[in-house]
Ligand binder design. Structure first.
Ligand code: ADP
Ligand code: MG
Length: 368
């Protein structure tokens, strides 16, 4: 099912009675979610992710704009008639029912021509239980399951009505770190197995990057960038996106362009042919540094942290916006921990320039 969002906007009245400040929770969101793909809706808390999801499922009416499922305009259609499955952060299973009863529950409420026989219901319940791998646990109560298993039951319950669209709102937030990792792989596997068009909401960039076919990065209700996770990481459209994606985060410096050359402080760190002279922000990914005594970029060395495969060089530089500069270099590099300064070359494809006022990306010829 293709889901099309057209100029979707949601304005809430102020929560404070003494103020008329409205909240534009979602601002002119236009995007076509491709059929059978998993789209990660990503951004900091309060950026409008849940509101977008609730409009897609019909729990909230847009202030303006339209939503299409395939050819059908569903903007005014009630949630129960949209054929969507919804999974929340709190799995909200019925505690007194077994896993099987929890999964059967949505089917027992079907009326009219959708009504199923007992046998059909059971077949369906076991079918989805197999997909999410809880078919061995059908007679247990939710309290006898781990958090990850409970979340899988919640997903099974959302899948059992064979939804056209699956919507997941921060489904992993209540799980501990290891389960979170495991369950996100599960969700990916389930999505592939069922091929249901899925929107996955999270504030965790790594989570979204790791399982999404496409990500949508939002800030204050406004879409910042849409693309394949790796493409967005490799070519962020603005400083916000550059900073939001990646761990450790991108290093940001005060810099300037002079005669087509990028300077940080007085050091020429790269080319910017055809870019007008101006002050800029220079973003450099941690993996964008090449340790070399002949390198043009000098930093004061703070510490060298060895983390298995990689070595993290922690340094400082007067022009750095972040408190420390972090460079990830190959563990084969020999580095004397006692030295005062280190020098780097900068990989051109790991360095991005941003307008000082708008924080929009300044593309250089090589980027196009
Ligand atoms: P997210 O899911 O990305 O954390 P939300 O979509 O929940 O963000 O909220 C987006 C913005 O809309 C926030 O500023 C939030 O306070 C506001 N908001 C959400 N729901 C309501 C509501 N029912 N009434 C008023 N403001 C709301
Ligand atoms: Mg939310």
């Amino acid at each position: 099912m293709i889901v099309e969002l057209q100029n979707l906007t949601k304005i809430f009245p102020s929560r404070n009675k003494n103020s008329d400040d409205e909240v534009v929770a979602v601002n002119d969101f236009t995007f076509t979610i491709p059929d059978g793909k998993l789209v990660g809706l990503l951004g900091p808390s309060g950026c409008g992710k849940s509101t977008t999801l609730y409009m897609i499922c019909g729990l909230q009416k847009p202030t303006s704009g339209k939503i299409f499922f395939g050819e059908d305009d569903v903007t005014q259609l009630p949630a129960e008639n949209r054929g969507v499955g919804l999974v929340f952060q709190n799995y909200a299973l019925y505690p007194h029912m077994t896993v099987k009863q929890n999964i059967l529950f949505p089917l027992q409420n079907l009326r009219g021509e959708d009504r199923l026989s007992k046998e059909e219901m059971l077949n369906r319940a076991y079918e989805v239980a197999k997909i999410v791998q809880i078919d061995e646990l059908m007679e247990r109560k939710p309290s006898e399951l781990s958090g990850g298993q409970q979340q899988r039951v919640a997903i099974a319950r959302a899948l059992v009505k064979m939804p056209k669209v699956l919507l997941l709102d921060e489904p992993l937030s209540n799980l501990d770190a290891r389960l979170r990792l495991q369950t996100r792989e599960e969700i990916r596997r389930i999505q592939r197995a069922t091929n249901i068009t899925t929107v996955f909401v999270t504030h965790d960039q790594e989570e979204a990057m790791s399982i999404s076919d496409m990500i949508v990065v939002m800030k204050l209700g406004i879409v910042q960038q849409i693309g394949k996770p790796q493409d967005v990481y490799n070519s962020p459209a603005n400083l916000f996106v550059a900073k939001f994606l990646g761990t450790p985060p991108i290093n940001v410096f005060d810099g300037r362009i002079k005669d087509g050359v990028v300077y940080i402080g007085n050091e020429a760190v790269g080319d910017a042919r055809d870019v007008a002279d101006q002050n800029v922000y220079v973003g450099i990914r941690p993996e964008g540094f090449i340790l070399n005594d002949d390198g043009p970029f000098t930093c004061n060395l703070n510490a060298v942290e060895v983390m298995g495969r990689d070595v993290s060089v922690v340094a400082t530089n007067e022009a750095s916006i972040n408190p420390v500069v972090r460079a990830i270099i190959d563990a084969d590099n020999k580095i004397d921990h006692d030295r005062k300064t280190v020098n780097f070359f900068i990989k051109p494809n790991k360095m991005f320039l941003f307008n000082k006022e708008t924080e929009e990306r300044i593309y250089i010829v090589e980027d196009r």
